[in-house]
Design a protein around this ligand. Structure first.
Ligand code: FES
Length: 103
C-alpha cells in the first residue's frame, strides 16, 4: 500500500492514502479528473496518461514497448509519460507524485 498524489490539470492535488491496485484504478476510485481508463486497463486507449514527477521516474521505471507505442501517438507525451494502468502501486511507490496529462 502507498500514498499517491495526483495533480490535475487545474493544479488540484488529490491524495490517495493506502493505495494498491493499478494507478489508473486508484485514480478512478478517487475521482481524479482527467483519468478515464476507457479501455479498462489493457493499454490501448491512453485515457490514463500521467506524467511522473521527476523525483520518481527512476523508481517507477520506463514504459514497456507496447505502452510506448501508444504513448508515441499522444501529442502531449514526453519523457515523463506513462500510462497509469500499467503502473502497479506497491509500497515501493509510497509517496509517488504524478501529474494528470491533458486529454
Ligand atoms: Fe486504456 Fe490505460 S486505461 S491505456
Amino acid at each position: 500500500m502507498a500514498k499517491v498524489t495526483f495533480i490535475t490539470e487545474t493544479g488540484e492535488s488529490i491524495i490517495a492514502e493506502d493505495a494498491e491496485d493499478s494507478l489508473m484504478e486508484v485514480a478512478l476510485d478517487n475521482d481524479v479528473e482527467g483519468i478515464l481508463g476507457s479501455c479498462g486497463g489493457v493499454c490501448s486507449c491512453a485515457s490514463c496518461h500521467v506524467k511522473v514527477h521527476p523525483d520518481w521516474i527512476e523508481k517507477v521505471g520506463p514504459a514497456s514497448e507496447v505502452e510506448q507505442d501508444i504513448l508515441d501517438l499522444e501529442d502531449e507525451a514526453d519523457g515523463r509519460s506513462r500510462l497509469s494502468c500499467q503502473i502497479e502501486v506497491t509500497a515501493k511507490l509510497d509517496g509517488l507524485v504524478v501529474e494528470v496529462a491533458p486529454l
